[in-house]
Design a protein around this ligand. Structure first.
Ligand code: NAP
Length: 234
């Protein structure tokens, strides 16, 4: 049975990814940092296992991943966002965004890779954002962290392709999850007008992209950034 670890596995997008992978036959480790009850409930439903660690804490990452069997797939999905002017975001908050969104993915990947290299196979999928591709005003630290994930994907893909490992990235557009719950009805209407396809994305759209990139149908695809954004960024 193939094994996958999804960081932030019981958030809006993470849950859809975990469910989709489980229905495709994966044993899924559902990572969480705070949402214990939610992660355990989901893990039980999909016959997987909840795994607690903060992705930004390398020793916690190592300790937790040492307890799991070799992984076939790592989905670096954990992330936080903060909307404010660049000059208003405190240095501590900026560090937190980079440490979770970018360094968190690097911590998990660094820990999981030796097993994949030994096995000469594996898949890593990073969840970036369309803002990492084109930049968002009032989300400068977030955009930088997500742009970092794109550079990380491309460089690592070249480095580990000879070891049989593929590294790809999904760059979601505006997906309806907790992360976007703070927008007012009026703001949401304005945002929707900028989406050529005419409606907001669903977590399942991202799960479909992840499952495709992890599949053998994508065996010749590595180092790519797959935008799933209804045409908002082309
Ligand atoms: P969400 O519902 O808020 O979920 C975020 C997840 O990240 C939660 O499961 C949370 O787990 C986890 N997390 C946060 N800090 C963590 C840490 N230090 N260690 C481990 N896990 C941590 O948001 P979402 O919309 O599903 O976002 C998932 C990913 O998609 C993020 O990387 C986000 O940037 C990206 N994305 C989202 C959108 C969108 O429109 N929704 C667009 C582009 C990109 P706990 O609750 O346990 O802390």
């Amino acid at each position: 049975m193939k094994k996958a670890l999804v960081t932030g596995g019981c958030g809006g997008i993470g849950e859809a990814v975990c469910r989709r992978l489980a229905s495709d036959g994966y044993f899924v480790y559902v990572n969480y940092a705070h949402s214990k009850e939610k992660a355990e409930k989901l893990a039980k439903e999909i016959h997987g296992q909840a795994l607690c660690f903060d992705v930004s804490d390398i020793s916690a990452v190592k300790k937790a991943i040492a307890t799991v069997e070799r992984l076939d797939l790592l989905v670096n999905n954990a992330g936080i966002s903060e909307i404010d002017l660049f000059t208003s975001i405190s240095p501590d908050k900026a560090d937190e965004i980079l440490n979770i969104n970018l360094k968190g993915a690097m911590n998990c990947t660094r820990t999981v890779l030796p097993g994949m290299i030994n096995a000469k196979s594996g898949n890593i999928i990073n969840i970036s954002s369309m803002w990492g591709q084109c930049g968002a005003s009032c989300e400068v630290d977030y955009s930088a962290s997500k742009a970092g994930l794109i550079g990380f994907t491309k460089a690592l893909a070249k480095e580990v392709a000879p070891s049989g490992i593929r590294v790809n990235c999904v760059a979601p557009g505006f997906i309806m999850t907790e992360m976007n719950k703070h927008f007012s009805k009026e703001d949401l209407e304005l945002i929707k007008e900028d989406i050529p396809i005419g409606y907001f994305g669903k977590p399942s759209h991202i799960a479909d992209a992840v499952v495709f990139l992890a599949s053998d149908q994508a065996e010749y695809i590595t180092g790519q950034i797959l935008g799933v954004n209804g045409g908002m960024v082309i």
